[in-house]
Each structure stands twice: as C-alpha cells, then as structure tokens.
Ligand binder design. Structure first.
Ligand SMILES: [Zn+2]
Length: 232
C-alpha cells in the first residue's frame, strides 16, 4: 500500500461506498397497511420484483441497503467517539416515539450532528425498538453520505439512466414536475396528498425540502409501481 495516496478518514470515510458483501436486501412493501403477509419464496406473490429474500412480509419490492452492523462498523472507523441520542423523551424517561411510531435521533460524528428517523419496519415487541434504532442510525448516517450511492441508484432503475448526481436548479424543478405528473397518474389528487405520500414512504422526509437524490428515489418508486400496474 502506498503512503502517498491519502486514505479517506473522518467524515470523508462515511462517503466511501460499501463493498457488496455488506449490502443486503430490504423488502419495501408496495401498499401501506397491507396485512396480507407471507413467506417471500421463489414464485411467491409476496415479491413484486422477482427477488425472493425468504423473509415474511407483504407484497414488496427489495431495496439494496447496508445493515446496522456495517453502518456501526463504519461509524467507529470514522470516529471512535461517535454517539447518538433520541431527540425526545417521554414522561417515563424512555425515548419518545412520534405519532407514527417512529424514532427521531441525533447522530454526532466528528463533532457534527445530524438528524435521523427510524421506524420499526413492521417489527413488533422488543425487536421493534431495536429496528427503529438501527433504521434511524442508517437514516442519519445517510445524511452524512453513508451508502448514499444505494439511495441514489437503488435497484429500482435497472437499465434506466441514472439521474445526475447534483443537478442544477432547473433539473430539480424538472424532477419535481416529473414526480407530480407520475403521482397524478397513479391517483394522487392534491399537493397535500403528495406531500403526505412522500413523507409516509420516505422515512418522514419533507417533500418541500427533498434533495434531488430523495426525489429521484421517490420517483423511481412511483415509476416502478406504474410499470407493475401496466404489466398486470
Ligand atoms: Zn422478500
């Protein structure tokens, strides 16, 4: 190894893409509140994209994601003193959940603090809080650029052109227009409806503040669903 090439460290290290061995598949259910759950085995209708994870879930597509352990490992490499804390506590002194059962956290790495939001991903009981914490850490780490390439590409585009990484404002406006038109075609009736749908499926993000990457991920989800509707 050469000492002349400076290896990324600190916050820069968080942006280094994860190796394939640390990338897993996360089922993302197609319809919110879908209670029809079953084993995602080969040929099963619980997979909407032909990937069969073997888990038990409602009809879903599968997104690439980096798990809690790999994120923690990377955070430790970047800053052994990294910490997180809940944004709010309940009267019982435990971390407070929002009205949707999600957990807001502050993640601090190398002295920089950013917010993250996690939900239970359908888990219940004692596993639910562990899932919320892991999900919130992944979400907050993404705000530092960790595994951003997965958000950027997803595996939703397969074969389509990727959006440019940092489009100028005109491109952002165009992206918003595409989101709006695609959402209208899928039955979204108003700006409020769209904002709510966006928040519910994008980990509580606010549509008005969405980055190009977040809009592109949401648009890809809408387009994927539209293509599935056409196919059926
Ligand atoms: Zn599955």
């Amino acid at each position: 190894m050469s000492d002349t090439a400076k290896k990324p460290e600190g916050l820069d290290l968080l942006r280094v893409p994860f190796p394939a061995s640390q990338i897993s598949k996360l089922p993302k259910q197609m319809r919110r509140g879908d209670q029809d759950k079953g084993k995602c085995a080969r040929g099963s209708a619980y997979s909407a994209d032909g990937y069969y994870c073997g888990g038990r879930h409602a009809r879903s597509i599968h997104l690439d994601y980096v798990g809690h352990a790999a994120i923690t490992d990377r955070l430790l490499d970047a800053d052994p003193g990294w910490t997180w804390e809940p944004v709010a506590f309940g009267q019982d002194g435990l971390p407070a959940l929002d009205a949707d059962g999600g957990l807001w956290i502050r993640l601090t790495v190398c002295g920089v603090t950013r917010l993250g939001y996690g939900d239970a991903q359908g888990k219940t009981g004692g596993d639910a809080m562990k899932e919320r914490i892991g999900d919130a850490l992944r979400n907050a780490a993404m705000r530092f650029g960790a595994a951003l390439d997965l958000w950027h590409k997803g595996d939703l585009h397969s074969g389509e052109n990727e959006p440019p990484p940092e489009p100028p404002d005109a491109a952002l406006v165009d992206l918003k227009r595409q989101v709006w038109e695609t959402a209208k075609a899928s039955g979204v009736e108003s700006a409020d409806h769209l904002a709510h749908d966006f928040a519910s499926r994008m980990d509580g993000l606010v549509l008005a503040d969405a980055s190009a990457d977040e809009l592109a991920a949401y648009l890809a989800l809408l387009q994927h669903e539209a293509s599935l509707r056409e196919a059926s």
